[in-house]
Design a protein around this ligand. Structure first.
Ligand code: ADE
Length: 250
């Protein structure tokens, strides 16, 4: 079972992932384990402080290294006791490697993840070389803390675990798995405010449907995320479908 530990000043934020949806159900089914650690409980000075003013001046506070290292150490120790040989220790920070599907798949293969969700202006840099295997960002914007980012990582990883999704769903069908955006989806009614469901989807011809969906996925990726197409080579059949999409102008 995947072991996840998170070091955070706001453990209750994680109720969001433990009580609802795919991540909630997966926890109930014990597909993974989540343990939260509050660095406050590892504070070392008389005031139980976990942050202090930045050397060199400037706004905000910086998280002190010692309580964080102790909390991470406790998480590591716990993981070891469950049989995890070497957990991957990840610091969520806007300065990190951008999260993408390749990194999610990498993290899914780990036995254990220990994530640090920082607050304030950041954590003392001397911690970096001592404890982190990775620094990960979920996008080029600044959140008020690493918690939401850690939950994003958790959700993306947990949905990949065997059994996390229902029979009808499948992570292998997800967008990005083949380097493309998803194709469009339709359900009832057949006519909505004058807009019809594409006839091929009502045809019952599964080969045609699969082809249409791939064409739409290629076309939408070309329109919206040409950067993704540039990273991926197209097969001859895919090139034909994309050319058709461009001609159809849909
Ligand atoms: N902490 C604050 N902003 C973040 C981001 N964009 N990604 C990861 N962790 C963060």
């Amino acid at each position: 079972m995947l072991q996840i530990d998170v070091v955070t000043l706001f453990p209750r934020m994680f109720d969001a992932v433990t009580t609802s949806g795919v991540t909630g159900r997966a926890l109930e089914r014990r597909l993974y384990d989540l343990v939260l650690w509050n660095p406050r409980d590892f504070a070392v000075n008389a005031y139980r402080a976990i942050d202090d003013r930045p050397y060199g001046g400037g706004p905000g506070m910086v998280m002190m290294p010692e309580p964080l290292e102790k909390a991470i150490g406790a998480a590591r120790q716990r993981q070891k006791s469950t049989g995890v040989v070497k957990p991957r220790v990840v610091h969520l920070t806007p300065q990190g490697r951008l999260l993408d599907n390749a990194l999610v798949v990498e993290l899914t293969q780990e036995q254990g993840l220990v994530m640090l969700a920082g607050r304030y202006e950041g954590v003392d840099e001397r911690l970096a070389g001592r404890v982190f295997d990775d620094e990960v960002s979920i996008g080029d914007y600044v959140l008020s803390g690493g918690e939401l980012a850690a939950m994003v990582v958790m959700d993306a990883v947990v949905r990949q675990l065997p059994g996390a999704l229902g029979d009808a769903e499948s992570a292998s069908q997800d967008s990005f798995v083949n380097g493309l955006l998803d194709h469009p989806h339709y359900t009832r009614p057949e006519s909505y405010e004058g807009a019809m469901v594409p006839p091929v989807l009502l045809s019952g011809n599964h080969a045609q449907i699969t082809k249409w969906r791939l064409k739409q996925a290629l076309g939408r990726t070309w329109q919206r995320r040409p950067d993704l197409l540039a990273k991926r080579s197209l097969s001859a059949a895919e090139s034909v479908l994309l050319e058709e999409f461009k001609k159809e102008g849909s």
